[in-house]
Structures are given as structure tokens and as C-alpha cells.
Design a protein around this ligand. Structure first.
Ligand code: MN
Length: 362
């Protein structure tokens, strides 16, 4: 079953006469169209329509032929040939802004529109072999460059933002990759803020370093967080790292198809003991066309892992004004375990001025 057929099947058993897809990642996922303006409408009676403007006429017509849907050119406000394709009830996505929704209400007069969130996102959770291959390749690029990059660039006095800038540049691989997000580079106390923005802080002996980064390869994101030291870190840092690494590894051993995500979240916190008070975010998230997508691995989620979902497990310990540690792997969920995509070592490595590396903790 292709993606359109899956949506057909969903529509047939739903209360809706059609679904209007407006979130760019969802339009892209279904149709292959990634332009800056477009809407995709699929109806219970089997109609499939992509609305976009003249700038994309050639591209959209080609995609329509390849994928067996109808391209409708947006010429004027309230495009009649698009609007008339659905009557009755129409499902719209929760990502719509209020102004977009009020525009659609003017278009689809007499159609009952309601929001149902996560319809396409649910399809996107489980990846195909070709999606998985791209995601493996994206992470392989990061694994290939990260340690050599650090050897060459961890120098006393380099600032977080300088290192971040160079890392982003290296990750982009001369244009072959995009960034899943701007890399997070934190030194010492800077790392203690979970979503830190790199600043002017300069690297000094004894600093710990937190790096969270990912690339986009053919529209799919990668995500990994690793921790390093410059010289010798504090005893407290080593203790926290050892504890967190053990808890993270134990949690990875629990990941497989059929496991409740809230179990994983609480399992990890249990393993962390009282340090779990310093673990101030959820355990992880799905990754794919978006860096954060379904499922969310949190205590509140009712999700159950399914085979070929791609998710992160990323517990952290954030000690205010001291240090922060987050160990994040991305993995493919399998029937009896998982395939870890993030292959950069989790041994705690210490770098010196000459780029020599020593293993502090294994
Ligand atoms: Mn993440």
C-alpha cells in the first residue's frame, strides 16, 4: 500500500468526506511537493488534488503525473475547482494558524471543518526501508566527522560560538547536507542549560563539553548528543557521567516493538535514582522529516513503540551552575530490540591541546 492508499483506507473508515493537508512536511511526505505554498486534498470518493501557484506549475504537473493526483493551479482567491471537490465534512490539521483557518472557512462554505491532529504524522512514524537507508547515511556522516573535528578544533580559548560555527560548517559538508538544527555547543556551566545557545564562553582546562547536533540528508534529520572533556573534569562530573551512561544504556536495552514509551521514561528515571530530579525534559522523540516528530517518549504519552519507528533516547543531568550532561542516541525500533544509528563512542573522552585523546570512562 502506498501513502495515498493508506490515507484512502483511513478516510473510508473515518467520519470525514475529505482531509485537507496543509503542513509542508505532510504535503511533502504524501506528494513529493515541497514548495512554499501548497495544499493537498484527498476525498473519501478517491479524489486527490494538489493546489499550488504558477511558480510550481512544471514541478507540480510532473509530480501529479508520476503519483496519480490532480494538480490545480491557484489563480485567484477561493479557487472554485479545488473547493468544489469536497462536500460534507473536512478534516483539517492542527498546525493551521487562525488566519489560515478563517481563510479556509471562507473558501469551504457549507462544509463542516474540524481539526484532527496527527493523521499523517501517524503514518510518518513507521519508516520504509528507503527512509531508513537515508537516515542511516545522515548519521554516518556525523559519526565520520565529529571526532576528527574535535581533535582539530578543541583549543584553549576557542569560544562556544566559534566552535559551533565551525562545526555547523563541517556538518554541512560543502553543501551536501543541511542542519537538523543549529548545533548546541556548551562548555562547563553553559552545558547545564538543556537548550543552551552557544555564547562567548571560552574553553579552559577542566571544562566539560556538550555537543548536540544533526544533519539533514535528502530531507531526513539526524540527532545525537555527546559529551567530552578538555583536560580533567571534576569528580562530580565523572560521577554524573558514569551514572547517566549506565541508565541510558540500560534503557536502550528495553527498546523494542510493543514497549510503552511511558515505561521507558520511568524506567530510565528509576535507574537514575535521585539524580532524576535533574533530568528536566522527556526521554526522547521520534525523528524523520522533522527533528521532533511523533512519537514523544514521555511519561504522559500513551504511545507504544512499533517496528521501524526512529526514536531518540536522551536522558540528561543538569546541575545548575556546574555542568550538564545529555547522552542521546537515535535508533530504529525492531521486533526484538533496536538498531542504534548513532555510532560515535559514548566512552568519556578527554582532549588535550595537541589533539591527543584519552579515555576517562568506558
Ligand atoms: Mn533530540
Amino acid at each position: 500500500m502506498n501513502r495515498f492508499e493508506k490515507l484512502d483506507k483511513w478516510l473510508r473508515t473515518s467520519e470525514w468526506n475529505g482531509i485537507l493537508v496543509t503542513k509542508p512536511e505532510n504535503i511533502g511526505y504524501l506528494t513529493g511537493f515541497w514548495g512554499s505554498f501548497g495544499m493537498y486534498l484527498q476525498t473519501k470518493s478517491g479524489g486527490r488534488y494538489l493546489l499550488t501557484d504558477g511558480r510550481y506549475e512544471v514541478l507540480a504537473s510532473d509530480l501529479a503525473t508520476q503519483n496519480n493526483f490532480t494538480f490545480i493551479r491557484f489563480k485567484s482567491e477561493a479557487p472554485k475547482d479545488f473547493i468544489k471537490t469536497v462536500t460534507g465534512t473536512l478534516c483539517v490539521e492542527s498546525s493551521l494558524t487562525l488566519s489560515e483557518l478563517s481563510r479556509l472557512k471562507k473558501w469551504f462554505k457549507g462544509v463542516e471543518m474540524k481539526v484532527q491532529s496527527g493523521v499523517i504524522e501517524k503514518f510518518r512514524k513507521v519508516k520504509s526501508q528507503s527512509e531508513l537507508d537515508i537516515m542511516r547515511a545522515a548519521q554516518a556522516h556525523v559519526d565520520e566527522i565529529l571526532l576528527p573535528f574535535l581533535k582539530a578544533n578543541l583549543k584553549r580559548g576557542v569560544s562556544e560560538s566559534q566552535l559551533k560555527f565551525k562545526l555547523d560548517q563541517t556538518l554541512r559538508g560543502e553543501g551536501r547536507f543541511g542542519l537538523s538544527f543549529e548545533s548546541i555547543v556548551g562548555f562547563g556551566t553553559g552545558s547545564a542549560l538543556p537548550h543552551y545557545e552557544s555564547g562567548d564562553r571560552k574553553l579552559k582546562q577542566g571544562d566539560n563539553i556538550l555537543i548536540d547536533c544533526g544533519v539533514i540528508d535528502r530531507r531526513y534529520c539526524s540527532d545525537m548528543t555527546r559529551n567530552f572533556c578538555y583536560g580533567s573534569p571534576s569528580e562530580g562530573y565523572l560521577r554524573d557521567y558514569a551514572l547517566l551512561l549506565q541508565a541510558q544504556k540500560n534503557t536502550l536495552n528495553q527498546v523494542k516493538s510493543g514497549v510503552k514509551v511511558k515505561f521507558l521514561d520511568s524506567f530510565c528515571r528509576e535507574k537514575m535514582g535521585k539524580e532524576s530530579e535533574l533530568f528536566v525534559h522527556s526521554l526522547g522523540h521520534g525523528v524523520g522529516l522533522e527533528i521532533h516528530e511523533a512519537p514523544t517518549l514521555s511519561a504522559k504519552s500513551k504511545d507504544v513503540l512499533q517496528g521501524h519507528e526512529v526514536v531518540t533516547v536522551e536522558p540528561g543531568i543538569y546541575r545548575p551552575n556546574q555542568h550538564g550532561i545529555r547522552i542521546e542516541d537515535t535508533m530504529i525500533v525492531l521486533e526484538n530490540g533496536c538498531e542504534i544509528l548513532t555510532k560515535t563512542t559514548k566512552e568519556l573522552l578527554s582532549f588535550d591541546e595537541e589533539g591527543r585523546v584519552q579515555v576517562l570512562l568506558g
